[in-house]
Write a protein that binds this ligand. Sequence first.
Ligand SMILES: [Zn+2]
Length: 187
Amino acid sequence: MESDDFVLPGTELGFAEEFMPGKGTYEDDGKVYSAMTGTLKIDMKERKIIVEPRTNIIPEPKVGDIVIGKILDVKQQFGVVRVIRLLGNPRELPDTIGTIHISRAKSSYVQDISMEFSGGDIVKAKVVDIKRHPISLGTVEKDLGIIKAYCSKCNIALELENGKLKCPNCSSIESRKCSSDYGNGNV
Ligand SMILES: [Zn+2]
């Protein structure tokens, strides 16, 4: 184990004769274990191990960050998003809700936002305002938008075929504001 490693309760961290168990750890039968989900910190000078709780290290979304979320609901003027995590960071954000206003869905005029997003879709969006809650998101850029969508009839993942989203089961075609990364899965 090294400093900054992500640890879970019960993760073995080292031997008690080498390291003094500090905050967030416990000793059992000569070994030191993590008592919580968090980040390991090894103090080589003091020869002490502590675990910082995960809640202290969860990143706050900032303006300009790219986030991955799930569309919870689509209203007349905006989509409601449960922000799951920051792009490139596997840690889940706790209870973060965002909205994508109809004017921030894409670069062209949107008349009906239900043609762009649908409940259950996975979306890649940019944080545009965090002053209020829910935070504001946008999907105007080409690489932003829906990265995974489901057939409204069969609930099966739609496949991108010649620029159209098609259900592999019932062949129905659906419309979304898709990200250029749709279906890549590497987000
Ligand atoms: Zn279908």
